[in-house]
Design a protein. Structure first.
Length: 256
């Protein structure tokens, strides 16, 4: 018997196969073949339905992140890290630097702060409470200047922003709505002109801001105090630039 004959099944074995029955899924026991086929069809349907549901959920989440109102604007902003080593003249040099920048027609505004909105706020403090109370919680602290609120489009719901016309603002605070609630104020308006103890110093609340996602991890749940920070503590320089339009390079928009 040669090698080829050994690889060919016997004639009776070949005759036992019924191609039409096999193609219909009836392998061996007919009932078992039908059951397996139905199970595979159901499994395929469930998997397809699950993929559709997951795709829809991901689409909704992406749309939510792209379209929700964060409470601030980041369009047309340029952020520059301030130098770590600063001399005593840094404050005056910063003022001169700002003045020169604003002479550029492509720069609409300039401000400084300890953090960029949307980035985690690393400065936090406890021991903050209303005068005459002992209840205190841990708050996030954001150091800002006079123009920070305007540049990033933060919304005041009560009171005012820091202003150069008020030298006493060196000992003033802005709160977000959550911080005002934590401190026991019935409304944002009720917090205005109230005294707050912050590290054994007395501060006056001059304004309350609408809650916003300034800290990606905490703002929806936590209280934030915004303090007027000296130049030695500020870490970021924020420039609001004017965007050029594609159709007319000489025209500028006021967006952002």
């Amino acid at each position: 018997m040669d090698e080829c004959s050994l690889n060919v099944p016997p004639a009776d074995v070949q005759a036992s196969f019924r191609p039409a029955v096999v193609l219909k899924g009836k392998i061996g026991n007919a009932v078992r073949g039908i059951t397996v086929r139905k199970l595979l069809v159901v499994f395929q349907f469930v998997m397809a339905l699950g993929l559709l549901i997951c795709t829809f959920a991901v689409f909704r989440q992406i749309s939510f992140m792209k379209n929700r109102n964060l409470g601030f604007t980041l369009e047309n902003k340029l952020v520059v890290r301030a130098p770590r080593v600063r001399g005593e003249s840094f404050g005056s040099r910063l003022a001169t630097f700002k003045e020169q920048l604003l002479k550029n027609s492509d720069i609409r505004a300039f401000c400084v702060g300890t953090e960029v909105p949307g980035r985690q706020i690393l400065w936090d403090a406890g021991g903050i409470r209303r005068v005459g109370t002992n209840d205190n919680k841990n708050y996030q602290i954001l150091g800002i200047d006079y123009d920070y609120v305007k540049v990033f489009g933060l919304k005041l719901v009560a009171g005012r922003n820091f202003a150069k016309e008020y030298p006493s603002d060196a000992s003033a605070l802005l709160l977000n709505e959550t911080a005002a609630k934590w401190l026991g104020f019935e409304s944002p308006k009720a917090a205005i002109a109230q005294k707050i103890i912050y590290w054994d110093n007395i501060y006056t609340v001059v304004g309350v801001l609408a809650d916003a996602d300034l800290d990606y991890a905490l703002w929806l749940l936590g209280g934030v105090c915004l303090a007027f920070a000296a130049a030695t503590r500020l870490s970021d320089l924020h420039l609001q630039v004017v965007r050029q339009t594609n159709s007319n390079p000489g025209a500028r928009t006021e967006n952002g």
